[in-house]
Design a protein around this ligand. Sequence first.
Ligand SMILES: [Zn+2]
Ligand SMILES: [Zn+2]
Length: 262
Amino acid sequence: MTELEQFIAAHEAALRAGVMFGLLAVFFVLERALPRRVQKITAAHAAGNLFLGLLNGVMVRLIVPGGLAALALFNAGGGVLGLIALPDWAAFLVSIILLDFVLYWHHRAFHEIPLLWRLHGAHHSDRNLHVTSALRFHPGEALVSTAIKAAAVWLIGAPAVAVIFFEILLNGASLFNHANWRLGRIDGLLQKLIVTPDMHRLHHSRAPRESRMNYGFFLSVWDRLFASYQNQPRQAHHHIDLGLHEAENDNVLAALWHPFNR
Ligand SMILES: [Zn+2]
Ligand SMILES: [Zn+2]
């Protein structure tokens, strides 16, 4: 590892937390300056989502002390990439693209497998989508998700720096595409490459036909490739019904209890 890579690996947790809180603040301001929908977000609701994010972050850290980057360091030279002699930059790029591909199917599985949908429903029970919705995941989903990501990192043989970059990218992309941010025509242009707020808002529609579209987190190519892409909802974004019919209460306790609802 180069000195820079060693520095990044040693300060991985601080780097990730710094970028996350920085982007959270930036998108919080932007969605107030340029709101896409008129929504009433209470401080208690935003605090509940933040609490879930912190709870999951601490829990995952306790289970995997050094994070997925430590696993990648331990597995250095292993996995599929260990069998192919690729230059470092190519191994980095291939790892990011493959991890994003895995995350697409990971998200799709959470919708298509009933037991996993019970966990992921806690994320979809948010009735007003904004930047803190990006942190609203049930701890059960965070656990399964960590296991899937760990397996992917191991099998791919992703370099530690790529894993750290991917996790920062994933958090940043999630904060970006949950923000209630009006991008105008830029949204449509960006959709050609990445998942945008309009694209992900459609995924949070109450209409099952729409919530089973737009599974991507970062690159939009996977939805196009696997026939799950829809660029606009049937209702206008201002009127689109968000949330779940079966979860009228979207506070933090309701989110934690969500998988146990009948
Ligand atoms: Zn979903
Ligand atoms: Zn979402």
